[in-house]
Ligand binder design. Sequence first.
Ligand code: UDP
Ligand code: MN
Length: 312
Amino acid sequence: MIVLRSIYVRFLSIILLASICVTLLISSLPISSETCKCEGASERDIQHEKFHRSFKETFTSEKPKLALLVPFRDRFDELLRFVPHISAFLNRQQIPFHIFVLNQNDRYRFNRASLINVGFVQVKDHYDYIAMHDVDLLPLNDNLKYDYPGDGPLHISGPEFHPKYHYATFIGGILLLKTEHYQQLNGMSNNYWGWGLEDDEFYVRIKEMGLEIARPRNITTGVDDTFLHIHDRLHRRRDTTKCFNQREITRRRDRETGLSTLRYRIDSTKELTIDKDALTVLNINLECDKSKTPWCECVSETKSRLESKKKN
Ligand code: UDP
Ligand code: MN
């Protein structure tokens, strides 16, 4: 009888232990969209929300929060250098920041400005300011302060320090804006597929809104030692092709497109680290309205020219 009772007690404790283990295991699994009470939210939104929450918890500082928006396609080597470099640089300045790599996943020509618009829409409710940041431009001088640009855009990579671009109205490379300003400007134009001019159009937007562009002061380094531009121009050729009426349209100020006309889909969001530094990759599929910007794909023009040649 005593033997039977001890077997029974042992059996009960094994069952109890097993059910505790199963409960613990289930509660440690990631929340799925089925179990979430957030109506209408996809699993991706939930992951994103969770990420922002954990970010807020990590940064207890009252300082304004910076989202680094990095337009990106096929520059993996540069990214491996950029992330540790910029993370150490901004940590020295004690700036609460997070890196968002805006990876263009569709098959259209590269569109830096639209990618930045997408990044902005994704982060604007969680961050106080953005930096549009080329992946291949590394700041070397610690006096380049990525501070909150309250009064107007802050252009970090000014023409007197940039290794390549020296015209006075240049605002490419690295530009900081508070989220309210980027919203008021309706973001950047979506018309620029291929390399160049999107930043010059943005310059005119900023000027027309009456904002003053500031640049870092008291920088004693020059064009050779303020930034490192890790751009091999033979290996990373700039897509300067112009097709259809691209040249004519992209030379004009665009009063129509921007945040309000942006069309895209985010296919996935990936949380990565490079060494110990965190980043989020947004896999973005831009949409192109070919009745408005047929130059998002120049091949179609070449093809139709070849076809009409064949017919003649
Ligand atoms: N970029 C990219 N892949 C490309 C083209 C551009 O990732 O195929 C991004 C990258 O962040 C790069 C920025 O867009 O630093 C500006 O392009 P690029 O360096 O070619 O222009 P630059 O300003 O050096 O003339
Ligand atoms: Mn470059």
